[in-house]
Design a protein around this ligand. Structure first.
Ligand SMILES: CC(=O)N[C@H]1[C@@H](OP(=O)(O)OP(=O)(O)OC[C@H]2O[C@@H](n3ccc(=O)[nH]c3=O)[C@H](O)[C@@H]2O)O[C@H](CO)[C@@H](O)[C@@H]1O[C@H](C)C(=O)N[C@@H](C)C(=O)N[C@H](CCC(=O)O)C(=O)O
Ligand SMILES: Nc1ncnc2c1ncn2[C@@H]1O[C@H](COP(=O)(O)OP(=O)(O)OP(=O)(O)O)[C@@H](O)[C@H]1O
Ligand SMILES: N[C@H](CCC[C@H](N)C(=O)O)C(=O)O
Ligand SMILES: [Mg+2]
Length: 491
């Protein structure tokens, strides 16, 4: 591509020399990945500054540099005021605005994003649409999956993925949009047709100043929906009416709003909810009719997830029959309320609850049908929100008969210091165990469990590693639990 044509989307840039004859192969933001002919864009990160790697990009064959401050280079340098902002705009231009070529749903909120995207994928697939999914579990294009580092990828990888989706004729893309991504502009230039909000509760207060700041981050998704009132392709904000935070999101969008809820009057509602030990039943009331829903998912929180997905599906012209059938067919989501069953006489459930609200929801759900004791094996991630640690410990002690505090992903923190943050505020008479080694903690819970007890192993869900320091070691809660059960049976 001609560099000048690519740059036509950027106003008032400056160049150190004339670039009108220059062609670039592709845009690259990591100097280590530059190949001859590439354009290297310098991004100031949280860890390092991409401007410090210009020489490496040059040595790897870059033909030009985009920077937001002067750099020492023999190559032509294009100076922009904000290279992170320029990155997303250039990526959209380079990949020819891929999200204009299919319908795009963005899902944001503290909890439930992965679940809602999974539900929507199942619905659209049943409606015979070709789907693309981007989120915590993977990138999935039709039936092909690719690994991910972030829930929402950086702007360049994102537009590249969308381009791949467009080339494979994806009709409906569904993605999780994290608050980090919104603040960092990773989704600038995405043309959302529908933006879905699940809920807001405490998380990421290491990154966001306070809960207001966190909510403001979420509101960016709704503010970024374009202004199209085209009746052929309406845009919708799907909001949780029972969630006070939705009020600000409503104010943030100029688009149509469709609400869902259980407690307060909404356009898409659930009533006559029955929460069983093997699933949920409820009446789904919508502007286009009412249906009965039967699902193997568990807990009131999953009723909310199904409401959010139903509302987004309805405004995408999916029939109620399809929604009903999709929900009935769906097995659990990978690592969310996932049972580990080796025929043992007690239940083991692996869940991705890593926030106070999700932990409370899961334990409440389990308590509702527990015949005997509830165990919880839980820790908190290192290099993440420290303020959620004592709250999660309080919740564990409140709901579980046997809380066992352990390590999640300690990352660069001392595991014992994280455990102290968790347990420091607990009452003196609180009963719990601390076993820092996660494998040992899971084995202990399994060994102690008697008939009809329930063990919840929370926090890591689908993760197949444990990050200690900068190293990721193989670790899968489900596999470790399975081995523990088998070892107990052998003993
Ligand atoms: C705090 C944060 O958001 N960090 C993200 C950020 O990393 P960073 O700013 O540290 O990047 P950096 O290492 O300083 O690099 C800066 C620039 O220099 C370049 N570089 C670097 C080294 C080199 O040799 N050469 C070079 O050119 C890099 O390619 C980059 O362009 O930009 C990276 C690329 O986009 C992200 O992968 C990374 O996410 C890290 C892995 C992360 O853990 N993020 C978490 C907090 C996060 O974003 N989580 C949310 C989900 C949260 C939730 O839903 O609960 C998510 O969307 O994943
Ligand atoms: N609507 C909900 N409200 C509260 N808790 C929920 C909800 N849906 C799921 N959960 C809980 O949160 C955990 C994570 O769910 P899910 O992976 O769907 O959320 P997420 O928003 O994608 O999380 P992440 O921010 O890590 O990507 C689940 O394992 C469950 O414990
Ligand atoms: N997207 C979340 C995932 C947390 C998962 C939990 N296992 C942890 O490591 O804290 C984060 O990066 O904060
Ligand atoms: Mg997720």
């Amino acid at each position: 591509m001609k560099l000048e044509e690519l740059l036509s989307c950027i106003p008032f840039y400056k160049t150190t020399e004339n670039v009108s004859d220059l062609n670039i192969d592709k845009i690259v933001m990591d100097s280590r990945k530059v190949k001859p002919g590439d354009l290297f864009i310098c991004i100031s990160g949280y860890t390092v500054d991409g401007h410090d790697f210009v020489n490496q990009a040059e040595a790897n064959g870059a033909v030009a540099i985009i920077a937001e401050k002067p750099v020492d280079s023999k190559l032509p340098v294009i100076l922009v005021p904000d290279s992170k902002r320029a990155l997303s705009i250039l990526a959209v231009k380079y990949y020819d605005n891929p999200t204009g070529k299919f319908s795009l749903i963005g899902v944001t909120g503290t909890n439930g994003k992965t679940t809602v995207t999974y539900l929507l994928e199942a619905i659209f697939k049943l409606a015979k649409q070709k789907t693309g999914v981007i989120g915590t579990l993977h990138i999935k294009i039709d039936d092909e999956t690719y690994p991910v580092i972030n829930t929402t990828p950086d702007a360049l990888s994102l537009q590249q993925t969308f381009d791949k989706m467009a080339k494979q004729h994806i009709e409906q893309a569904i993605m999780e949009v994290s608050s980090h991504a919104l603040v960092q502009g990773r989704v600038h230039g995405c043309d959302y047709d529908i933006a879905v909000f699940t809920n807001l509760s405490q998380d990421h207060l290491d990154f966001h100043k306070d809960m207001d700041d966190y909510l403001r981050a979420k509101s960016l998704l709704f503010a970024q929906m374009g202004n199209h009132y085209d009746t052929e392709k309406r845009k919708y904000a799907v909001l949780n009416q029972d969630e006070p935070a939705s009020e600000l999101l409503k104010q943030s969008t100029a688009q149509h709003v469709i609400t869902y809820g259980i407690d307060r009057d909404a356009q898409v509602m659930a009533s006559d909810i029955e929460l069983g030990a093997t699933g949920i039943y409820f009446q789904l009331k919508t502007p286009i009719g009412n249906i009965h829903i039967k699902s193997k998912l568990m807990g009131t929180f999953n009723v909310y997830n199904m409401l959010a997905a139903s509302a987004a599906a309805i405004v995408s012209n999916i029939s109620l029959d399809t929604i009903q059938e999709a929900f009935e067919q769906i097995e659990g989501v990978n690592g969310r309320f996932e049972p580990v069953n080796e025929g043992q006489s007690f239940a083991v459930i692996v869940d991705y609850a890593h926030t106070p609200d999700s932990l409370e929801n899961v334990l409440q759900t389990v308590k509702e049908f527990a015949k005997q004791r509830v165990f919880v094996v839980v820790g908190c991630g290192g290099d993440r929100d420290k303020t959620k640690r004592p709250v999660m410990a309080q919740i564990a002690v409140k709901y579980a008969d046997k809380p066992i505090f352990t390590s999640d992903n300690p990352r660069t923190e001392d595991p014992m210091a994280i455990l102290e943050d968790m347990t420091n505020g607990l009452d003196n008479d609180a009963t719990y165990e601390v076993i820092a080694d996660r494998k040992a903690a899971i084995h202990e819970a399994v060994n102690q469990a008697a008939d009809d007890d329930i063990i919840v192993i929370a926090g890591k869900g689908h993760e197949t590693y444990q990050q200690i320091g900068h190293t990721k070691y193989d670790f899968d809660d489900r596999e470790v639990a399975r081995q523990a059960i088998l070892a107990k049976e052998r003993a």
